[in-house]
Ligand binder design. Sequence first.
Ligand SMILES: *[C@@H]1O[C@H](CO)[C@@H](O)[C@H](O)[C@H]1NC(C)=O
Ligand SMILES: *[C@@H]1O[C@H](CO)[C@@H](O)[C@H](O)[C@H]1NC(C)=O
Ligand SMILES: *[C@@H]1O[C@H](CO)[C@@H](O)[C@H](O)[C@H]1NC(C)=O
Ligand SMILES: *[C@@H]1O[C@H](CO)[C@@H](O)[C@H](O)[C@H]1NC(C)=O
Ligand SMILES: *[C@@H]1O[C@H](CO)[C@@H](O)[C@H](O)[C@H]1NC(C)=O
Ligand SMILES: *[C@@H]1O[C@H](CO)[C@@H](O)[C@H](O)[C@H]1NC(C)=O
Length: 296
Amino acid sequence: MENALLLCIFLSHWHFLNALFTVEVPQPQYIVEYGSNVTMECRFRVNGELKLQELSVIWEKKEEHTKEVYKLHKGKENLNNQHSNYRGRVNLLKEKLQLGQSMLQITNVKPTDAGTYLCLIGYEGADYKTITLQVKAPYRNITKRTVTVQGTAGHSEWELICQSEGYPKAEVIWHNGEHQDFSAKANTTYEAGTDQLYSVTSTLKTNTSVNETFHCVFWNKEFKENTSAILIIPDCPVGSRRINGRHYFATAGAVLVLFGSSLLFMLWVKKGIHFFFLPYFSPFLMFVDTNRIEIS
Ligand SMILES: *[C@@H]1O[C@H](CO)[C@@H](O)[C@H](O)[C@H]1NC(C)=O
Ligand SMILES: *[C@@H]1O[C@H](CO)[C@@H](O)[C@H](O)[C@H]1NC(C)=O
Ligand SMILES: *[C@@H]1O[C@H](CO)[C@@H](O)[C@H](O)[C@H]1NC(C)=O
Ligand SMILES: *[C@@H]1O[C@H](CO)[C@@H](O)[C@H](O)[C@H]1NC(C)=O
Ligand SMILES: *[C@@H]1O[C@H](CO)[C@@H](O)[C@H](O)[C@H]1NC(C)=O
Ligand SMILES: *[C@@H]1O[C@H](CO)[C@@H](O)[C@H](O)[C@H]1NC(C)=O
């Protein structure tokens, strides 16, 4: 409320005061990486010694509902109306004020900090300027997975998955080693990640052979940045490993049968009735033997 009033006064006097007192920005745009710190600056003229009790500084973020970022009113810091997004993360470099520099430091920058800021100064007059802040979070850490959907002779159907977090939204481009574009066959989903970042997951289904390479490229259009990962179709599909598992069960069973039957066989030999039973028994022995060959 108080802010709006101050802004009103600023604006109504603006025409008269503009010529006398102006705020300047040495850098109208800042591009900052997520998690880092930024110091935005605007300048005003101080004639001689700064009369701090006559100085008011306001930093606001221009949005549908303006957010107060920082306020110094007639030399006194007042953070009562500071928006919760900025609590504990902003600091005005007071020692710079006497040089006519209003320097606002924001630490641990988040995607929601991106936007237009107003730097308002009241001192022997009043004026303001705007500064834009852009925030980027590169898709550096790409987690990749290859999963077989179904194994067929020669060719398998694979699901290739790339996942990463960043800001702003990235498009995911897929191509193989020969630079053929597969992007149209991929399914990319966007979810809320940590700290307002986007969690981007892209899945490509493909029929392909062993050792073929695929690249997933996270294309951050706004900042003209690309990061990518390489996926290589492995030699041993998950599907055939499952078959291997069944094989183990079969061989373990065969060993058990072999062990048990030789015990029985020895028992029969001892009792001297083997001549009678052997013809019935031999096909079974053969079956056991084939399994043994398969094991080794
Ligand atoms: C950001 O500023 C804080 C507080 O001044 C400091 O502790 C931190 O190391 C800074 N971080 C970077 C990445 O410079
Ligand atoms: C990369 O992402 C994975 C999974 O999201 C995580 O476990 C890992 O710590 C991350 N690595 C780095 C260097 O951030
Ligand atoms: C993409 O994946 C989402 C989530 O897994 C699914 O709901 C959607 O149907 C898929 N779209 C296509 C075109 O496959
Ligand atoms: C992969 O090949 C199988 C059989 O050859 C076919 O049924 C399937 O539709 C193919 N999938 C793709 C994504 O081309
Ligand atoms: C795949 O590459 C590996 C290592 O380079 C090689 O040993 C293997 O023979 C290749 N397999 C095929 C099917 O090309
Ligand atoms: C990023 O990748 C896209 C798609 O492959 C390409 O069109 C674009 O030129 C690349 N940009 C940069 C900066 O490499």
